[in-house]
Design a binder for this molecule. Structure first.
Ligand SMILES: Cc1ncc(COP(=O)(O)O)c(C=O)c1O
Length: 391
């Protein structure tokens, strides 16, 4: 029997700069008496992120949701937007707050991203855009999405909340589509506690986004757009500047953790790793598995609950599907028979503990537990299944 962990193993832990560095940074901000509205830290973070993400512009926000909401607003979209039901609520809530109706498209079984083969059938004369989500850091099929968008004259927006620093064929992920949103929430690889950003391709649109996040103010006494307050403040930005210095080290640690998981999960029947791109510029945001109950012998929900007994806390992320929200249930595209793959995946996917400080021996032990609790067809005893090396 594998013994439970003495301390809880959480699904994630925030990446924290040294507290003395943070104290001294806050001290600087206090002395400057400039706490928000495009201060020194804000400007510095913008410049550094443009370099890091290799993009021509970036607009910082108080969180990713507001960034997406105002990015959509800047495009003056109307009617329907084709998107995925397998995402965090914020994706579709940003549509809702813009008076836009989501049209749910089923997902690809491999990447769990919007299934590009099914997009065209959903386009109507009311369709104005495609909103793709790079789920768990796996990029959407950006080339195919752009082809469809060009054919039907649609805008393309990406929710890239999980793709900090990801590249596709060497190209920065923010260079695809019209707008890409990043989230800098505490649970993300790069964080500003709460925060987010937009990368907007078109220069004019980028200026509009800057107005929208500051009440639509073009000057102290001139309001030209119906904006909101969605600015990132100096403390958030200052912390971001410090987190950026340690993000590559975190990425390297997560790469090792990912490889350890993959090695140790390889022999467990019925478990597939979702986040297993070869791309070395993956964001390493999540480590997510899919449990096939028919082969593993236990359901995802059972595993999620059973792991708690071992002091291991995983997350059914994303769950439930956004198409099941009370206010969308009536939509034709939200009907379960139109979303067979999403319906299947939402019951199988489990986000595993994943953060740089997670020890490799803990990862091995989590995998040993997953081996121990499965009911395979081999007839092995738990001891035979686990082996001894990892305990
Ligand atoms: C896919 C996705 N979109 C949007 C968001 C919202 O981002 P934020 O928490 O920065 O508002 C999240 C949040 O974690 C997310 O996972």
């Amino acid at each position: 029997m594998v013994a439970p962990f003495n301390e809880p193993i959480y699904v994630t832990r925030p990446l924290l700069p040294d507290i003395q560095i943070v104290n001294s940074k806050i001290n600087d901000i206090w002395e400057s008496k400039w706490l928000t509205n495009n201060g020194t830290q804000h400007k510095k973070l913008e410049l550094e992120l443009m370099k890091y993400l290799n993009v021509k512009n970036i607009s910082l926000f108080n969180n990713g949701t507001m960034a997406l909401l105002l990015g959509l607003k800047s495009l003056d979209l109307k009617g329907e937007v084709i998107t995925t039901p397998f995402t965090f609520p914020a994706t579709v809530q940003a549509l809702d707050w813009n008076g836009l109706t989501p049209v749910f498209c089923d997902i690809d079984p491999q990447t769990l991203n919007i299934d590009t083969c099914k997009i065209e059938a959903l386009i109507t004369e009311d369709t104005s855009a495609i909103l793709g989500v790079h789920v768990f850091g796996n990029p959407c099929d950006v080339y195919e999405i752009q082809k469809i968008a060009d054919k039907y004259n649609l805008k393309v927006i990406y929710d890239g909340a999980h793709t900090f620093g990801t590249k596709i064929d060497g190209q920065p992920i923010g260079s695809f589509g019209d707008i890409t949103m990043f989230s800098f929430h505490a649970t993300k690889l790069f964080n500003t506690i709460e925060g987010g950003a937009l990368v907007v391709k078109d220069e004019k649109l980028n200026e509009k986004v800057s107005l929208l996040k500051n009440f639509g103010l073009s000057g102290p006494e001139e309001v030209v757009l119906s904006g909101l307050n969605a600015k990132m403040n100096e403390v958030q930005a200052g912390i971001g500047v410090e987190v950026l210095k340690i993000v590559d080290e975190e990425r390297a640690k997560r790469k090792k953790i990912k490889e350890t998981y993959e090695r140790n999960l390889a022999d467990i029947p019925g478990i597939r790793v979702i986040t297993n791109l070869e791309n070395e510029y993956s964001s390493y945001q999540y480590f997510v598995i899919e449990i096939d109950e028919g082969i593993y012998g236990r359901s995802r929900d059972w595993v999620h609950d059973e792991l708690k007994k071992y002091n291991v806390f995983t997350r059914r992320y994303f769950y439930p599907l956004c198409s099941e929200f009370e206010w969308y249930k009536h939509l034709e595209s939200a009907q379960p028979n139109n979303l067979p793959q999403a319906q299947k995946s939402v019951k199988q996917v489990l986000s595993m503990p994943y953060y740089g400080e997670l020890e490799l021996k803990s990862v091995e032990k989590i995998c040993a537990i997953l081996m121990e609790i499965h009911l395979g067809n081999s007839g092995d005893t738990p001891q035979q299944k686990i082996g001894s090396a990892v305990l």
